[in-house]
Design a protein around this ligand. Structure first.
Ligand code: SF4
Length: 456
């Protein structure tokens, strides 16, 4: 793959606007508080799926990373997690009774910091999940790891519990960058975690990297990329740092003059993409990289890549049940979200036995557009005939207005359109969500797109 195709500075400059990352369509901004547990129960009943992905949110972190925009609770008191786990178990038991026809194919622990939990707490959680739900024997079990404040034998413990995938928050290995973002961690220890995971038989190790952080330069960031390559990781998620200090108080600690300017940030992104592709990783979607033999790369080649609230995934044909504070579910034809604040989450579980605060039942139009947007985000093309067959519509008529808005992309050589396909050129890979926005019926209501991050 010729990576220079991705970086036409004129096109990237022209289309580098803000847009949703489309981990769902409609996006979470459209969820409303009229949605209730009764709506969810009816979605479960009507869902044609009988396989399930579980997402469990662990909100606690030991310390605050200054770039963070996640929903988390920073505390040193590990016993807070005992209280949380008791509530989580109440919630999962109540929900499991609704999911008796399902088999669990995938479990992901995210946060916050799931590795905030002690070994005993992790065992307790997995025990109750396995007891309440029917787990398939070849289940994918993954967990996000903060490489600070853990011992190496936690990896052994996770393996014994059945985990077979790890995701590690690395971000950058440079000391000055780490100090500025308040996330100092040992690169040698991260390497030991990965080596140990591979010795034990973990099937895939992912690391997260971020470009656009304070003090990053192409020199420092190229060392980060090289280190990650040496560590032999299977997948890399490469995220752009979105500096929104008015929304995230922690980011006010990051002084503007420390941050790379737009040109420098572009150079960081370009360096990372070029280097990772040189090292043999395949570019997945708009921000992931995977070794050619990793399931994510295989799925992209086969056209079976999917996208959900955790990003790109191979598990598209499962319903997704989110458990814990702020977690999101996608069941049949609805989305729902739990209370975002811990106190409200506890109160809701105490009073109602569940903590749904908002959601959305999809209309037929949402479903059709969601399928089109997912196809763009995952496959970089739309098979118009397949959409027509699936939904009994005439694509060109149904999307007449949207097709008219694609003219600028066609004129810039970013798209080609035939009677059967809309195909996105590799030069638009980084702009894919901007193209997808053309099919988003809610976008007109979001004139102020500051609620979304920029492409670069
Ligand atoms: S980046 Fe991760 S570990 Fe750091 S504060 Fe945010 S959620 Fe916690």
């Amino acid at each position: 793959m010729q990576t220079e195709l991705y970086f036409d500075p004129t096109l990237l400059g022209k289309y580098n606007t803000s847009g949703p990352r489309y981990t769902s369509y409609p996006t979470a901004l459209e969820f409303h508080d009229q949605f209730t547990a009764i709506d969810l129960a009816s979605a479960i009943e009507n869902s044609k799926n009988n396989s399930l992905s579980l997402y469990v949110h662990i909100p606690f972190c030991h310390s605050l990373c200054y770039y963070c925009g996640c929903n988390k609770v920073v505390t040193r008191q590990r016993d807070k997690a005992d209280i949380y786990l008791d509530y989580l178990v109440k919630e999962l038991k109540a929900k499991a009774s609704l999911f008796k026809k399902y088999h669990v194919k995938q479990l992901h622990l995210g946060g916050g910091t799931p590795s905030f939990l002690t070994k005993n707490q992790l065992s307790f959680l997995v025990y109750h999940l396995k007891k309440a739900f029917s787990f398939l024997t070849d289940i994918e079990m993954s967990i996000e790891i903060d490489p600070r404040e853990i011992d190496l034998d936690l990896i052994d413990h996770l393996y014994e519990l059945g985990f077979n995938r790890l995701s590690i928050g690395v971000q950058d290995v440079d000391g000055k960058v780490q100090e500025a973002i308040n996330r100092t961690q040992s690169t040698d220890f991260i390497a030991s975690i990965i080596t140990r995971a591979k010795q034990l038989g973990f099937r895939s190790v992912n690391v997260d990297l971020i470009y656009g952080l304070p003090h990053q330069s192409t020199e420092t960031f190229s060392k980060t990329i090289d280190k990650v390559y040496e560590m032999n990781v299977d997948r890399i998620s490469l995220f752009s740092y979105a500096h929104l200090p008015s929304r995230f108080a922690a980011q006010r600690k990051l002084r503007d003059e420390w941050l790379p300017n737009a040109q420098e940030k572009f150079a960081l992104m370009k360096l990372a993409i070029e280097r990772l592709c040189q090292y043999g990783y395949e570019f997945i979607g708009m921000d992931h990289f995977a070794k050619p033999d990793d399931e994510l790369a295989i799925a992209q080649r086969k056209g079976t890549l999917h996208r959900n609230f955790q990003g790109y995934t191979t598990q598209g044909n499962s319903d997704l049940l989110g458990l814990g504070v702020s977690s999101i579910s996608a069941i049949g034809e609805c989305y729902s979200q739990n209370e975002k604040e811990l106190k409200q989450y506890y109160r809701a579980i105490d009073v109602q036995g569940q903590a749904i605060t908002k959601g959305l039942t999809l209309t037929q139009d949402d479903i059709i557009r969601g399928q089109v947007i997912k196809s763009l985000m995952c496959n970089m093309h739309i098979d118009k005939a397949a959409i027509e067959n699936q939904f009994s519509i005439c694509f060109d008529q149904y999307f007449a207005d949207e097709l008219a808005t694609l003219t600028c992309f066609i004129n810039d050589g970013l798209l080609t359109m035939s009677s059967q396909y809309i195909t996105v050129d590799q030069r638009a890979r980084l702009l894919i969500r901007i193209i997808a926005m053309s099919f988003d019926a809610y976008m007109k209501q979001h004139v102020n797109q500051q609620r979304f991050s920029r492409v670069i």
